[in-house]
Design a protein around this ligand. Structure first.
Ligand code: OAD
Length: 288
């Protein structure tokens, strides 16, 4: 059973969470938590999100980039016509060189350590869930990551790290194969591209048809504006009766949640850990 935003009344009637105390009780018993997260879990590290007032999209000078919409920076058709706009901003979204993680990342690792984590669906390309110690099998990088890059012409693969000097210099990396003049594109999912197959498969097994009863028993959504499909659609595919929790600076106008903790996610997860009596150890810095 799937319920979208139109069924608020039936969703609310099945809601098990009304208070912060209810949330703590659900966390106590949860064994298969599904997390959907976005850029908001990394902003406390100084990595801008996309759509906030101080986010990447508002910081772009569209006129000088020759774009009409900031999202076109990550648009495949635009890229294939002219990769310049993307490569003029790519250094800002490239994987950070310092492997810092936020308390929110540490909280996600804690859920894994406690055996409560079914899966993290991250829209982030900064790979910090990985740095935090989330196992590969527990993670779906919905929009890919800055690991590998592919030549748009011949399909040759290179590491993004090998492109770093060019990206930092704002240059367009070209294929290094003889006689190929293709442009290299990092394997992050652009608008107009399909999400990795793993996304669809995992959503099916974790959320939609996890056997007679769905696997997911608690849905946590952190630091995402829920504006980009299909990742955000997870928020309406969670089965009826499974508690839905939103931790974000502002509430969602589009999706139903049983409880929304509005504010900084780092503070919210600290409050949760205090309430649970969990030790949120947060190493400020980890070696790469
Ligand atoms: P957005 O920038 O759209 O949304 C980030 C959300 O996090 C906003 O609602 C912020 O208010 C909230 N936020 C920011 N800092 C926070 C903090 N410290 N604590 C709590 N909330 C905070 O980013 P995403 O939803 O991740 O895709 O964007 C989704 C996709 O759009 C991205 O993956 C990217 C982008 O276009 C591609 O590039 C393909």
């Amino acid at each position: 059973s799937r319920f979208g935003t139109g069924d608020v009344e039936s969703l609310a009637a099945h809601s098990k969470i009304h208070t912060f105390g209810d949330l703590l009780r659900e966390l106590e018993t949860a064994q298969n938590i599904v997390v959907l997260c976005g850029a908001g879990i990394s902003t406390s590290l100084g990595i801008p999100d996309f759509r906030s007032a101080d986010g990447l999209y508002k910081s772009l000078d569209l006129e000088s980039l020759g774009l009409s919409d900031p999202q076109e920076v990550f648009d495949l058709e635009v890229f294939d016509q002219d990769p310049t706009p993307f490569y003029r901003v790519a250094s800002k979204v490239m994987m950070p060189t310092q492997a810092l993680i936020s308390p929110t990342h540490a909280f996600l690792k804690l859920l894994q350590d406690k055996g409560k984590l079914l899966r993290i669906y991250t829209q982030n390309i900064d790979d910090l869930e990985h740095i935090a110690g989330i196992e590969e099998s527990k993670m779906v990088q919905c929009h890919g990551a800055f690991h590998m890059a592919t030549c748009r012409q011949c399909g040759a693969k290179v590491t993004c790290e090998s492109l770093r000097p060019e990206i930092v210099a704002g240059e367009i990396p070209m294929c290094r194969r003889k006689r190929c003049e293709g442009v290299i594109k990092p394997d992050i999912v652009f608008f107009g591209e399909a999400l990795p197959d793993r996304f669809r498969h995992m959503v099916r097994s974790d959320i939609i048809m996890g056997g007679p009863t769905p696997k997911v028993d608690l849905f946590l959504c952190l630091g995402t504006s829920l504006k980009v499909s299909p990742a955000c659609d997870i928020a309406k595919q969670v089965p009826l009766g499974v508690p839905r929790v939103y931790i974000n600076r502002e509430p969602s106008a589009r999706f139903y949640f049983d409880i929304s903790l509005c504010g900084e996610s780092d503070l919210a997860v600290q409050a949760i850990c205090e309430g649970m009596g969990w030790d949120l150890s947060h190493p400020q810095m980890k070696p790469m």
